[in-house]
Write a protein that binds this ligand. Structure first.
Ligand code: SF4
Length: 556
């Protein structure tokens, strides 16, 4: 089976035979470690995961779930956006005890990749149809601008891919150790105060590099973010690579390059490399960063394989030096840091576009929608004269290009199907990951608990006058970015007052992005049972509201 060595001249690995530099070795290809040091690396080496699509279409879709090779099922399927979902009824206490086979159902979660969160109505309708036809009407807007479907049968995948590809959508590299969906400012190209529209660079990257074998075997997942919006509305600090709009005093608008962010169990914020990248050089710079990660990233231990660990060891100066000298073969232009925003916005509400029309942002509850609701959403959007939709990294939906006279009728029609443009602060600022309903790694329920928490808090603290973000995770992996929320809730089993192990949360308080960039404090005593959650959040927030000085933010 071919080794996935780098092949292109522009992105060379270090010379074959170079001497390993670390004592035990971290499995870095560029230092000569080419033999897989763990099962995941072996699976990738045995067969490029992108090849599994042909087996799904030609074999597994015809012979059914039980015919699937376990290395494909639990490894390579991810490169096509497919994970087995959790068996209903398996509790959080069993998550760390049972084998994967015992935890998993014979249905799949399918992640539809929506680069930049940009959809037209034809695409939205295709997703809605797939949801109602093949996914039991399930659909979640994720905090990476994907739409995630559940209850997918392997037998239906060929038809699903055909339907998606007819409208220009894909699931290629939606999961796996590869460049996943590229998130972007949801107001790219339309915001009045935008510094630069990153959309052409995103398109170039997707067209050139997604689905390419050259980048399909990275040490671990690789997350990319773009924003040319002054609010930094994509949590760029938390991404493996981020391009953040900035104006260079001599060269004009371009991007500041950040590398090495990531949350999970060992959170780190991305570091600036101190460069200014013009939009026409972004794709090349992105490919260079991915190549550094592919060749120098750590492959021995999965929990040390993200690019943030390489950045932590090297620092931004060395990273930039390697990028310039070994991959781009030229020096990058030095650039200024972008101004730090007070607080990243979420675009919920009604706002003017630079062309004089409006966009309307609505807030589903923690991203949960349905196929039927998306279908109605598409009908309403069409009836009010728009053809463009955006998903956001905060699990929201935007409707673009609305004429002034259509704004209020649209807001009303969307509200009638449960999509509010003027939601309560609690609904607007609460996010939740997939959780125990479908995720095999989950310890606790999240989506329905978030809905319950919102309902409770809307009644208990209806007059909240500042945004306080509440993010719920079902386990320590931080898919819902708990460390950078005002109130971050990490799912785990906790002891109840009766001394029983029950679902609950470790609380992280006071995290934030922008001006408040930093991780929430995790105090030993800050654990609550799930049942106590509304009481706990209410108490903390009331304490803040009662004690705050004028202008004092929650995260301070
Ligand atoms: Fe699953 Fe944990 Fe991620 Fe939630 S945070 S989706 S439970 S892996």
């Amino acid at each position: 089976m071919p080794d996935q060595a780098p092949t292109r001249g522009a992105t060379p690995a270090r010379k074959p035979g170079a001497r390993p530099g670390r004592k035990r070795g971290e499995g870095q290809w560029a230092l000569g470690y080419r033999e897989p040091l763990n099962k995941n690396e072996q699976v990738k080496k045995d067969d490029n995961p992108l090849h599994v699509r042909a087996r799904i279409e030609n074999i597994y879709a015809h012979r059914g779930f039980d015919s699937i090779d376990p290395a494909d099922l639990r490894g390579r399927f991810r490169w096509w956006g497919l994970y087995t979902q959790r068996k209903p009824g398996v509790t959080g206490q069993h998550t760390s005890i049972l084998d994967t086979e015992e935890l998993e159902d014979k249905y799949f979660m399918l992640r539809v990749r929506i680069d930049g969160g940009q959809l037209n109505l034809e695409q939205l309708r295709a997703i809605a149809d797939i949801s109602t036809t093949y996914a039991r009407d399930s659909a979640d807007v994720t905090d990476r601008q994907n739409i995630q479907l559940h209850w997918i049968r392997i037998e239906d995948m060929p038809a699903i891919w055909q339907r998606l590809e007819e409208v220009g959508l894909e699931t290629t590299e939606a999961c796996g150790d590869c460049p996943r969906v590229i998130i972007s400012s949801p107001v790219a190209g339309i915001a009045e105060d935008e510094i630069i529209d990153p959309t052409p660079a995103i398109r170039e990257i997707v067209d050139k590099y997604i689905g390419l074998e050259e980048f399909s075997n990275l040490p671990r997942k690789f997350k990319t973010a773009f924003t040319g919006y002054p609010d930094h509305d994509v949590a760029p600090e938390c991404n493996d690579v981020a391009f953040v709009g900035v104006v260079h005093p001599e060269h004009g608008p371009g991007f500041d390059l950040w590398v090495g962010g990531g949350l999970s169990t060992n959170p780190m914020l991305a570091k600036r490399l101190g460069t200014w990248i013009p939009i026409e050089e972004v794709a090349e710079a992105w490919a260079g960063v991915v190549s550094v990660f592919r060749d120098y990233g750590y492959r021995r231990l999965r929990h040390r394989a993200r690019i943030k660990f390489l950045m932590a060891d090297w620092g931004p100066e060395k990273f930039r030096e390697v990028l310039e000298n070994e991959y781009l073969e030229r020096k990058l232009v030095d650039g200024p840091a972008p101004p730090v925003p007070a607080r990243p916005g979420d675009h919920v509400g009604v706002f003017k576009q630079k062309d004089g029309r409006y966009f309307v942002g609505v807030a589903p509850v923690a991203g949960r929608v349905s196929g039927a609701q998306l279908g109605k959403f598409a009908d309403i959007v069409a009836a009010h004269g728009s053809d463009r939709i955006r998903t956001t990294p905060l699990q929201k939906l935007l409707v673009l290009d609305v004429e002034a006279g259509q704004v209020e009728p649209l807001v009303k029609a969307l509200s009638d199907i449960g999509l509010h443009a003027r939601p309560s602060s609690w609904r607007q600022n609460t996010m939740a990951c997939t959780g125990i309903e479908f995720c095999k790694l989950a310890i606790v329920e999240t989506k329905s608990r978030a809905a319950w928490l919102i309902d409770e808090l809307e009644q208990r603290v209806p007059d909240l006058d500042v945004p306080i973000t509440v993010n719920l995770n079902g386990c320590p992996n931080s898919c819902a970015r708990i460390q950078v929320a005002d109130i971050g809730l990490k799912g785990q089993m906790v002891l109840s007052d009766q001394g029983e192990q029950v679902e609950g949360f470790q609380v992280h308080l006071g995290g934030g992005l922008g001006l408040d960039a930093g991780f929430g404090r995790k105090l030993r005593g800050h654990k609550v049972t799930a049942d106590q959650l509304p009481d706990y959040v209410e108490n903390v927030v009331r304490h803040y509201l009662d004690q705050r000085e004028p202008g004092e933010r929650f995260a301070q």
